[in-house]
Design a binder for this molecule. Structure first.
Ligand code: F6R
Length: 241
């Protein structure tokens, strides 16, 4: 795993956007795996700025997000569908038919998991997957204990994950208890992975990722078996290394 150290969140976002733009320029038909949460917001802002200044086009890009809450409609402000539109899709020229997220309100959720996993294969696999990391080492919503051979599946969110995400909701009760997420195997099938981490709250997770064992109790540790992972993280997130 290659580590790129940055001074702060701003620089992490700039470097990550440059990294992604480099891949988009090399392959204008890139299949791009995306993440939500606080970490990638700055990157999306930079991509939007670049789109306005340099006209980088996303007309032939296909995006596939990692996850979505269960039971929250795409028009709900807290859904990841809404987040992605607001933070990125509405501000670049990507056709909406080329942006994909799991449907957390599908009637048959198991069927939805298979549909999404097949979609990953149908598009030819993800070229570059952007990841954040949970304080407990989750990637996507793969909580500790998720099998490394898991594909897109339903998951019950850990209490600390719900608490960490409660900042986006009015009350903790509103945070969904379940989500649909690409599995560890789905993520590992990506040709390249870019993991971002910022802030002291992620320092322990990054320390464990770099120095700890490869074990299902720490989902991100699976990434050590991937041959093309880059971590861009700021000083605070790297402070225990
Ligand atoms: C989001 C996702 C999660 C987040 C992680 C970190 O799509 O899959 O794994 O990347 O929970 O979240 P933030 O960036 O809010 O600290």
């Amino acid at each position: 795993m290659k580590i790129i150290r940055t001074a702060n969140y701003e620089e992490m976002s700039t470097k990550a956007a440059q990294f992604m733009l480099d891949r988009i320029q090399t392959n204008p038909e890139l299949k791009l795996g995306l993440a939500t949460g606080g970490t990638p917001k700055g990157v999306y802002k930079k991509l939007i700025e670049d789109h306005k200044q340099n006209n980088t086009t996303y007309k032939n890009i296909i995006t596939l997000n990692l996850d979505e809450y269960i039971g929250i409609d795409s028009s709900n402000l807290n859904s990841y569908h809404y987040f992605m539109k607001e933070q990125l899709f509405d501000h670049i020229d990507i056709p909406s038919t080329q942006t994909h997220l799991p449907n957390g309100t599908a009637k048959d959720l198991l069927e939805e998991c298979s549909r999404y996993e097949s979609l990953l294969k149908k598009v030819g696999g993800i070229d570059l997957q952007l990841l954040g990391i949970g304080e407990n080492g989750h990637i996507g919503f793969n909580e500790p204990g998720t099998p490394f051979d898991s594909t897109t599946h339903l998951i019950e969110l850990e209490e600390n994950t719900r608490q960490a995400n409660a900042r986006f909701f009015d009350t903790i009760e509103e945070v969904p208890t379940h989500a649909i997420t690409m599995g560890i195997a789905s993520i590992m099938a990506s040709k390249e992975i870019l993991l971002l981490a910022s802030g002291e709250a992620k320092a322990e997770a990054i320390h464990k990722l770099i120095n700890g064992a490869i074990d299902e109790s720490f989902p991100a540790s699976a990434l050590k078996r991937h041959e093309n992972v880059t971590i861009i993280a700021d000083e605070e997130a790297l402070k225990l290394l």
